[in-house]
Design a protein around this ligand. Sequence first.
Ligand SMILES: [Zn+2]
Ligand SMILES: [Zn+2]
Length: 411
Amino acid sequence: MHQARHCAFLDHSCPGAADEPAWDHMPLAAAAYAYLLSRWIAEDAPPGARVPGLHATGGAHGHRNDSPDDWANLATVYETGLFPHIDPDSGTARQALGCRPLDEDELRKSVTAAVLRPWHDQATEPSPRVAALLGELLGLLTEWRSEFRIVEAVDFTDSLPTPGELHVLSATSTDVIRLSVLDPAPDAVRRGGLTPHPGCAFGGHGCAEGHLLSDTELDRAHTALRAMSAGTVLSMHMPVNNNTHISFSVRLAPHGLAAPDATTAAAWLEDSPWNDELADWEVEFNTVFDEDSWRTELADFRTECRETYSMWFDEGILNPDNDADYDAGTDPENDTHDPAPVSPDLLADALLHDLLDAPVARITAATPTGDTPVHAAASMGEYGWFDIEQRVYVALIGPEEAMFLRIDGVA
Ligand SMILES: [Zn+2]
Ligand SMILES: [Zn+2]
């Protein structure tokens, strides 16, 4: 079933597409955390290690007034589409045979063991960013959630067991999330040199178009998805007030201009569909950055974002278990199954790299200096990057592609 809630996140303009942030939709947020963690595991795993891949999905289960046993059971996982398709891009499907309850501690230990296996196998420690994001994923799966299950499953096609794999459920009275750890991470099935758009099936999206991408388009889609996912993790610790959080949206697209200069790039932006979104909000690109001011503004954005994120993290409001006893190294007292707490600054920097640095580097890579956009413009109000009265938009145009960043901190 198509989930219109996912379309905007995945830069899909499906019929009925909704443009809502992921921070208040736990199944989509879990998919974002799992996706980003998979990419980081693949990049940070020790050389030669077998690399696991994470896939999360979920949805409303419709058993609000029933007993917790009905929130997550064999019938529910099929009703909500959590099985049989685990990773449609690789054709990975599983038949669920049974659900066994487990407590929060068991869930944390099972997921941690499956995710950190590449490092535990070699008796080494995971990278700090993997440890930190795993901690955040475990928080998302357990805080404010009470019913946990482990699913016994076999291969859908031959009914053979799939050892080393993990499928867990985390449910509340309204929704259920499935997290699967496939080991090793299966490759997407390519067709005629093209690869399925990672957004078509992401988090159980269910895009019916079957978009296929060239390698360049695939890289661009992954860069954008990583940015969206990193923005979601940041959002979680960046509340505006009790009702809303700051949210980020990143779009990347080719502009089709041959050798654009600042003038042609600005004209293209003026006519782009992105500009229509600004008009809807009665704002406009009122600020054009030159090379120096662009660097300064970018640095200011990072600082402000990092400080806001770390402040709320340290407040412990969203992390009630967090005792703020951060240590980037290992703590001998710490349970070896649980990663040591990592400083929020370290995680914020890693997330900002994926949210901002990687897409910006992609856009500006082919310029003479390698880091200066052809044209950079923003809609700035009086409160800077995080404005409680209006959305802030930034457009960055490079030699071949353009980036559109939206920061929504409206109270
Ligand atoms: Zn869609
Ligand atoms: Zn699609």
